[in-house]
Ligand binder design. Structure first.
Ligand code: B12
Length: 466
């Protein structure tokens, strides 16, 4: 069968409360989910599989229709983020308009709302959980002309049972084939906080056992790739000239032991790469950071979120502000750059002064970059349930959006203490306070590597100032 996997255009993203300057640049990450599925299908079957990254090429829907019509797929697979549901919906329609017989949707949105997604017009099946094996089985059933029933994680018919959480997950991440990045134009992806070279993302574990109330990452079945398998993947990136890696694991340091072992293997093989990880502050110590630095880690992204003990407790971060400050201090001493993620508009920020305290705290931590987001409680999170319980949030607008994706939808923020408008103003102020400091501008001017890097950073910087 001819299979086309599509990342939809990003033309109608639900306001994600991150300045365009930042989200536009961040979106040049490779579509890892689609590359994983395409690589798997190619190694396990003789289906003819290709990827269309409509975000990378900033395609409009006429162009999507033209590309799909030209490729003539029997099956289209679309990856879906909830905030991109309008574009997902439009992509499904575009495919149907040019006569694609079957459309399958998967990805984080389906994990959270499988039934609603199956109900969208034009959808022939949805896949909940990891897509590699279910997609293989689904294609096999369709290729044999069979009715696709009983495939774990798949809802192909309206009356199929909704998969429970326990759908298809590979217990052995090492089994998956090494990603074939040549399935996409891998040289064109870019990380605005990176060093300006060819870059890619890698995922070396799935899930996270922690229980932060704003996050809905699957808590069960935390699984890791072995250090050897991760390094095989890194070697294949190096063979393509990629030297910058961003590990997009939900939490890279669930245990220090795993990180030590991975660094040991990178060092043993002498891999020449610079890498970035997403970390918790808990457990971060000097020996770990020194080993990481030696193995090529140049940047750590920490989900800090709040600076007060009350705020951290309410979000169940399971860390103290002392631990946060120590982690940033250690990184500075060892020479690893840091990114701190903060949330503005949390339930414990009741006054303007409380928010200003959060912003001041983010500056006092002295990270190299900060990302501020407005807290947007997603259905399926504990915080969302708390908001429903306390009458702060309302499920109806979300449900309407899931069933009839509409460009005018705005995800509700936590508006117990501030209006949406006030929160936006506070968010803008946060970005300006951090990035307009002469200290930040000068430091970054000295870190620019080449002309392309300069252009991208200057564009992002100018948009931010605007
Ligand atoms: C890297 C990343 C980003 C990057 C790049 C995203 C991108 N466009 O590629 C950036 C920083 C831009 C980003 C931004 C945001 N992100 Co983000 N991001 C991630 C992260 C850390 C990794 C994604 C990844 O590459 N995973 C690796 C791949 C292999 O896994 P996967 O995507 O789950 O895919 C598997 C299955 O889902 C399934 N599958 C996926 N697609 C398909 C398609 C088909 C046809 C099939 C059959 C199966 C299938 O099979 C895949 C292989 O097993 C995830 C968390 C995580 N660790 O996954 C969050 C995550 C995807 N992001 C999330 C969110 C909420 C956001 C933001 C809204 C945050 C914000 N407030 O701004 C923005 C939205 C950006 C936008 N405009 O779309 C949520 C999505 C939740 C949802 N219901 O949609 C996640 C899951 C984090 C979380 N737990 O909350 N993000």
């Amino acid at each position: 069968m001819r299979v086309l996997l599509i990342r939809p255009p990003a033309r109608h993203t639900v306001e994600s409360e991150v300045p365009d300057a930042v989200s536009a640049e961040n979106l040049s990450y490779p579509p890892l989910a689609l590359i994983s599925i395409a690589t798997f299908l190619r190694t396990q079957s003789d289906h003819d599989v290709a990827i269309l990254d409509a975000q990378l090429d900033n395609l409009d829907y006429d162009q999507v229709r033209a590309r799909v019509a030209e490729w003539k797929p029997d099956v289209v697979g679309i990856t879906a983020f909830t905030v991109q549901l309008v574009d997902v919906h439009k992509t499904i329609q575009a495919c149907k308009e040019v006569g694609v017989p079957r459309v399958v949707v998967g990805g984080p949105h389906v994990n959270d709302f499988p039934q609603e997604c199956r109900g969208l017009p034009g959808v022939d099946a949805v896949v909940k959980g990891e897509g590699q094996k279910p997609m293989l089985d689904l294609l096999a059933a369709w290729a044999r002309g069979e009715v696709a029933r009983g495939i774990p994680g798949v809802i192909a018919h309206e009356d199929d049972p909704v998969p429970l959480d326990d759908v298809y997950f590979s217990n052995d991440m090492d089994e998956y084939p090494i990603l074939d990045l040549t399935l996409v134009d891998y040289q064109r992806y870019y990380d605005v906080m990176g060093e300006g070279g060819i870059f890619t993302t890698v995922i070396s574990s799935r899930g996270c056992p922690y229980r932060c109330t704003f996050c809905n990452t699957p808590r069960h079945r935390y699984r890791v790739m072995s250090p050897g398998r991760v390094c095989d993947e890194l070697e294949s990136c190096i063979a393509l000239g990629i030297r910058e890696i961003y590990f997009v694991d939900d939490t890279f340091n669930i245990t220090n032991k795993r990180v030590h072992e991975l660094c040991d293997e990178i060092l043993r093989r002498g891999l020449d790469i610079r890498w970035t990880v997403r970390f918790r502050v808990k457990g971060v110590d000097r020996p770990l950071l020194e080993k990481m630095k030696q193995a090529g880690c140049t940047r750590i992204q920490f989900g800090v979120e709040q600076g007060t003990e009350e705020g951290l407790l309410r979000l169940k971060k399971d860390v103290t502000s002392r631990e946060i400050e120590n982690a940033f201090q250690h990184c500075r001493e060892v020479g690893i750059r840091t990114v701190a993620y903060f949330m503005i508009g949390t339930p414990t920020e009741r006054t303007r002064e409380d928010v200003l305290d959060t912003i001041d705290y983010s500056i006092r931590l002295r990270p190299d970059f900060v990302m501020y987001n407005l807290l947007t409680p997603f259905p399926g999170t504990t915080l969302y349930d708390e908001g429903l319980r306390d009458g702060v949030l309302d499920i109806e607008p979300w449900l309407r959006f899931m069933r009839e994706p509409d460009e005018s939808f705005k995800a509700q923020v936590w508006d117990e203490h501030f209006s949406r408008q006030e929160l936006r103003e506070l968010l803008d102020m946060a970005w300006k306070r951090f990035y307009w400091r002469p200290e930040f501008v000068v430091k970054n001017l000295f870190q620019i590597r080449n002309l392309a890097d300069f252009k991208r950073k200057a564009t992002a910087g100018l948009r931010l100032l605007a």
